[in-house]
Design a binder for this molecule. Sequence first.
Ligand SMILES: NC(=O)c1ccc[n+]([C@@H]2O[C@H](COP(=O)([O-])OP(=O)(O)OC[C@H]3O[C@@H](n4cnc5c(N)ncnc54)[C@H](OP(=O)(O)O)[C@@H]3O)[C@@H](O)[C@H]2O)c1
Length: 325
Amino acid sequence: MQLATKVDLKLSNGKSIPALGLGTVPPEDPSELKQQVITAIKAGYRHIDTAWYYGTEKYIGQALKELFDEGVIKREDLFVTTKVWPSFWHSPEKSLDKSLEDLGLDYVDLFMQHWPVALHGDENGLPPAPKHDDGSLWYDDDPVTGTKFIETYHKMEDIIDKTSKVKSIGVSNYSIPKLKQLLPKVRKYAPVVNQIELHPQLPQLELVDYCKSKGIVVVAYSPVGSNGAPVLKVPLIQELAKKYDVTTNEITNAYHVLNGRGVLPRSSNLERIKTIIRLPQLSEDDLKKLDQVGLQNPKRYICDSWGYGLGFRYWEGDTLSTEFD
Ligand SMILES: NC(=O)c1ccc[n+]([C@@H]2O[C@H](COP(=O)([O-])OP(=O)(O)OC[C@H]3O[C@@H](n4cnc5c(N)ncnc54)[C@H](OP(=O)(O)O)[C@@H]3O)[C@@H](O)[C@H]2O)c1
């Protein structure tokens, strides 16, 4: 069977991104990330998705050093993504420098804006979730009408223009309204990727089509709905796993890869990391049936409060969004 680890997707700037990437949101003990990364790379993964916010970059750095020292892989054969968090919106290059130091790298392949939001962090981006006394988020800009997130993007463009620290820039958690605000303001470097929550329970077909029409590759996060893997309980996914004789994770990965999207599974289970890399050739009809799951009963699992007001559908607790497309 074909392997998902062998599929590359073309980016609008001529570079490419491996479709299957390892997610690195921290487990209870973040030092476990070192072994997870080593296991993934030895199994054939060539794409690691991380972020300053996750606090896992130094463990990823330890893994990469060992892999490079042992000659298991060369830096240029690996695709590493990191992200600037909203509380660091004013200083993306400082955030990037911290990430590079922890990762032990002199460049990342993709530098992303984690959310199109400006939170009130100090010069070191701290605290990551600043709050007022009443417990509400402390913004530096209005999450609905503000434009500081575009200033962050422009600073990211300056980094790619003036330094060699970044090969491509991209965005994450951008809805259609936010993309419509950003894209006309791009100076020179359009975002090559939009990383969003995506799985059969949340197909977001309009946003996916919009990204495609703008040459932006979609990368799916929380492909099984995050902790507890609720998406894998969907009966159709279990039926398809039997039909194609693969695991349910391989069905949720194939749902993206066969549709030309990236996907970022995360696991603390090393055996799972190694064994969810086959790419069953789901029929067009089965792929459409998977879309139907979420078209009929949509469910979003990541509904953090810093996503309120961004214009995403099915965002629990979001009473700020007024515009959706
Ligand atoms: N840009 C953003 O804002 C953003 C947001 C969220 C995530 N991400 C990225 O996307 C990556 C993946 O998303 P995610 O971390 O939310 O999680 P995910 O991959 O959707 O889910 C991971 C969880 O599902 C469990 N799981 C997976 N397969 C399972 C199975 N067959 N049976 C039982 N449990 C299973 C894992 O448990 P085990 O550990 O036991 O396998 C783990 O707890 C992240 O790590 C991060 O890199 C980005």
